[in-house]
Design a binder for this molecule. Structure first.
Ligand SMILES: Cc1cc2nc3c(=O)[nH]c(=O)nc-3n(C[C@H](O)[C@H](O)[C@H](O)COP(=O)(O)OP(=O)(O)OC[C@H]3O[C@@H](n4cnc5c(N)ncnc54)[C@H](O)[C@@H]3O)c2cc1C
Length: 344
């Protein structure tokens, strides 16, 4: 019989990040298809009671916790001992965890310590006929692989954005503390703090409902024969501020900066969507001034509803890549959108 451990860490407010709630959904659906499997929850953090209460309705047989100020921060050595201790106490054969940067760094090492195996970037975890299969994409989301393994414990790191988040009402949970001894060497790395970009500079927002993509057209000469890069910056930033959308870019636009041309100052290669960029998972996408060529559009694979604004009725989006193409001037459309968004 499989023993499923849902393993997560708490965020600063003591609750679970949405990536963890998604991994919990995957664990619950796996439990339901595997029939006789038991579900145990394992939590790591400064304090874990609020997180345990948050998911108290999930039907776990036990909630195990490693707590203390040493475990409030992301540090390989302390996270690894905490995770390994919980896995041992739970007797886990399957460990389902969110595929966040913190866990992706640590859990493959924990699998090694426990003689197990880890798979990352999973988009589907399913049990058919009582056997478990997991799915991930390879080669920039062009090939889908289905994996089965006999080796246990098997660590399954679920890609954020690929599952519905667990959302049942909370209750009061009983947390069983798991004791962990730390050696001075394991505390050698000192966590100084987190420094992030300010709200309006941070343009990549994985949890946003909308992906707004800017293409190179924003920097091109417009109908009056002149480029209007400053206007473009203002329009895009105001749109992001009002809509809280995440900002993506075409490769051409981010490359322009490296070539010394005038570009949107807040864009970096991290914003790039596509074959050599990222493949985000927002529910909706709006492309502006971007041609929609295949190497770009391949990064939209997981965007469910796609719309584009382009002056060219024959652009790539018109060829089956967008649900709706507005043949229009993006400067005019986004300016009108901003007026509507700020009016209400
Ligand atoms: C191996 C390889 C890998 C690649 N990987 C990627 C990748 O990961 N991501 C990626 O994006 N690209 C990638 N590319 C490049 C890709 O093929 C395109 O060159 C790139 O996406 C084009 O960017 P763009 O559409 O912004 O620019 P352009 O092709 O210059 O298109 C600009 C568009 O803006 C429109 N426009 C101009 N003004 C307005 C206006 N006022 N209103 C509305 N529309 C307007 C124009 O009609 C035009 O369609 C790759 C290419 C190769 C060969």
């Amino acid at each position: 019989m499989e023993k499923i451990l849902f393993l997560a860490y708490t965020q600063e407010d003591g609750l679970l990040p949405s990536a963890a709630l998604e991994a919990l959904s995957a664990a619950l659906s796996l439990k339901s298809v595997l029939g006789s499997a038991e579900l145990v929850v394992g939590l790591v953090g400064g304090a874990v009671q609020s997180a345990a209460d948050q998911i108290a309705g999930c039907g776990a047989s036990r909630v195990l916790g490693v707590t203390g100020p040493e475990f409030a921060v992301s540090r390989y050595s302390t996270d690894a001992v905490a995770a390994a201790a919980i896995c041992k106490v739970a007797g886990a054969t399957l460990v389902i965890a969110p595929g966040t940067s913190r866990w992706q760094r640590v859990l493959p090492g924990v699998a090694q310590r426990l003689g197990g195996v880890a798979d990352t970037h999973l988009t589907q975890v399913e049990g058919a006929d009582g056997s478990l299969k997991v799915t991930r994409w390879y080669y920039r989301q062009r090939m889908e692989g289905v994996i089965q393994r006999q080796q246990r414990p098997w660590f399954l790191l679920v890609d954020p954005g690929s599952q519905p988040a667990y959302a049942k009402p909370g209750a009061t949970a009983v947390v069983e503390p798991v004791a962990v001894e730390l050696s001075p060497a394991q505390m050698r790395t000192d966590f100084k703090g987190c420094r992030g970009a300010g709200q309006d500079v941070q343009t990549i927002r994985p949890e946003a409902k909308l992906l707004f993509v800017a293409g190179a057209g924003w920097t091109k000469k417009q109908a009056d024969g002149q480029p209007h890069v400053k206007d473009a910056e203002g329009l895009i930033l105001n749109f992001l501020k009002a809509s809280r959308a995440s900002l993506g870019s075409s490769k051409s636009l981010v490359d322009l900066g490296g070539e010394g041309e005038a570009v949107l100052s807040f864009l970096t290669h991290l914003n790039q969507i596509g074959q050599t960029g990222s493949t985000p998972r927002h529910a909706k996408g709006l492309s502006t001034c971007c041609h929609g060529e295949e190497p770009h559009a391949v990064g939209w694979r997981f965007i469910n509803e796609r719309r584009a604004i382009n002056l060219d009725a024959n652009c790539g989006w018109a060829r089956g890549k967008a649900d709706v193409l507005y043949v229009a001037d993006a400067f005019a459309v986004v300016s009108k959108l901003n007026a509507l968004l700020t009016a209400g």
